[in-house]
Ligand binder design. Structure first.
Ligand code: MD3
Ligand code: FE
Length: 204
């Protein structure tokens, strides 16, 4: 398995999931979306809608609305608890991180053709010692990773369907975002677009 060191604390595994496993994982994700539909988050205060649609699985899920960003155990619209993290994803976490504790939250991001995610840090967690695992399905995207402060230089990395990224240690607090999705680059999703799964520990 090829491992590319993008930065100290940020490793890229191109093609980590083969096509068969991507299809199996996608089927798990479709089941989750049936129980916990994708919804459109909003920016705190302004209420400006995200271009990315989201849902979650796991004991906790990350949500965004006018009152802020937070983790909560239930879907913001159905108010049902999030479905469990599929066993397959728990296995990928264990194999990729060798971390002793399991992930508590899996954020599912859906990017249609023109969706993006601006540069940000993941800082709504308490446990910054745990790694973060990201898995990509569907159309390729241009992922940007910068430094520890906003606005510095950034590197662009193309993420393809089946790729994994692991952030740990010094990589955990780096600024990052998705500048564009390259439509028509994958046949995995019949509707097109890109799904990204982000596994995290939230902490006390
Ligand atoms: C680097 N998602 O949901 S995943 C997010 O592709 C998020 O949907 C992007 O950023 C996506 O918060 C990027 C890769 C990723 C995730 C977390 C990181 C990269 C990271 C945390 C620190 C540094
Ligand atoms: Fe992020």
């Amino acid at each position: 398995m090829q491992k590319l060191r993008i930065k100290d604390g940020c490793d890229h595994y191109p093609g980590y999931l083969d096509r068969r496993v991507q299809t199996e994982l996608l089927s798990d994700i479709r089941d989750i979306i049936e129980q916990a539909p994708l919804y459109r988050p909003q920016m705190p205060r302004t209420g400006k809608p995200f271009s990315v649609m989201m849902t979650n699985c796991g004991p906790l899920g990350w949500v965004a609305d006018k009152s802020g960003y937070r983790y909560q155990p239930h879907h913001p619209e159905t108010e049902a608890n999030w479905p469990p993290i599929p066993a397959r994803l728990m296995d990928f976490w264990r194999s990729l991180t060798r971390y002793e504790s399991p992930p508590e939250a899996c954020l599912i991001n859906y990017y249609a053709a023109n969706a993006r995610m601006g540069m940000h840090r993941d800082e709504d967690e308490t446990d910054f010692n745990a790694p973060i695992v990201s898995l990509s399905l569907g159309d390729s995207a241009i992922f940007k990773i910068g430094g520890l402060t906003r606005g510095g230089p950034s590197q662009s990395v193309k993420l393809n369907s089946g790729d994994a990224l692991i952030m740990a240690g010094p990589g955990r607090m780096l600024y990052h975002g998705v500048s564009r999705v390259l439509g028509g680059t994958s046949s995995l999703l019949k509707e097109g677009g890109r799904i990204n799964l982000t596994l995290r520990r939230v902490g006390a």
